[in-house]
Design a protein around this ligand. Structure first.
Ligand code: FPP
Length: 252
């Protein structure tokens, strides 16, 4: 849960997470190859980072490649990996200059050495930046993340460093890839799909969800603002009740 945020009317979200979906359909609608959809998806990703900064979002998490995405045809997988590499290689300096800290969440053990090096470089170069944080979910699956955290706790318990009965939510959360980040208050999914697809299952426990029919390559500033406006109209209660609003105060 977003620590410290009282129940009641939603404030501006600090952390927004996005499931970028619909690149393939965007291309198909135009009779273009899927790769063109992903290329345009990368443009939309760049714009989303810029817009998030301008709209006051402090943390933007983007689902760029899931643990399930490896099942796509090899040519599409290598194209997506190529886009990610190009993104880091070409955009890192600009992101760094803009004060953006880059963090990558997801499993690292099975990443190719060149990809791992890029990920580590991006994190290292930008680690002291404070204007905004861009969290790239890459080779990410929430169940995998929770399993990795559980393994760490099990090892700690087996070696006597942790008492099983002392394991609580904070202890598990501190072993997730998102340790020390506030949970997202808002999760957006584009392209009209209304699933969570193994994204931030733990962290999104109290998030608001906005599903937009806009395909990811078309997710522009107006679409971002519309999602934030929808969020602002929601009431967040965290399992509690609304704050009483006595509209008759002062009335005769
Ligand atoms: C969904 O479109 C998008 C993805 C598979 C991931 C997002 C990728 C980008 C934004 C391109 C940049 C890539 C990286 C790794 C930085 P889809 O192919 O699932 O669309 P569809 O559901 O219409 O087929």
């Amino acid at each position: 849960m977003s620590a410290g945020q009282p129940p009641g009317q939603a404030a501006h979200p600090v952390h927004v997470a996005i499931i970028m979906d619909g690149n393939g359909r965007w291309a198909q609608l135009r009779g273009l190859p899927r790769q063109e959809g992903h290329r345009r998806g990368l443009e939309a990703l760049r714009a989303a980072v810029k817009n998030a900064g301008e709209l006051g979002v402090k943390i933007l998490t983007l689902y760029s490649f899931s643990t399930e995405n490896w099942r796509r045809p090899a040519t599409e997988v290598s194209f997506l990996l190529g886009l990610l590499k190009r993104f880091v290689e070409k955009d890192l300096d600009e992101l760094h200059a803009a004060g953006v800290r880059v963090r990558v969440i997801g499993g690292r053990d099975d990443l190719a050495p060149d990809v791992l090096r890029l990920v580590e470089r991006a994190e290292m170069v930008t680690r002291d930046n404070t204007k905004m944080t861009l969290v790239v979910a890459f080779n990410y699956g929430a169940r995998d993340e929770i399993v990795r955290a559980a393994r760490q706790l099990a090892a700690a318990a087996a070696s006597g460093r942790v008492e099983p009965a002392a394991i609580d939510e904070a202890m598990l959360a501190s072993r997730l890839d998102t340790a020390d980040m506030p949970d997202p208050e808002l999760v957006i999914r584009t392209s009209g799909e209304t699933r969570i697809s193994n994204f931030l299952l733990w962290q999104a426990a109290y998030a608001e969800f906005v599903f937009t029919p806009v395909l990811w390559p078309d997710f522009d500033r107006a679409a971002f603002e519309a999602a934030l406006a929808e969020y602002a109209g929601r009431e967040r209660r965290f399992g509690g009740v609304s704050e009483p609003v006595d509209r008759n105060v002062g009335a005769a």
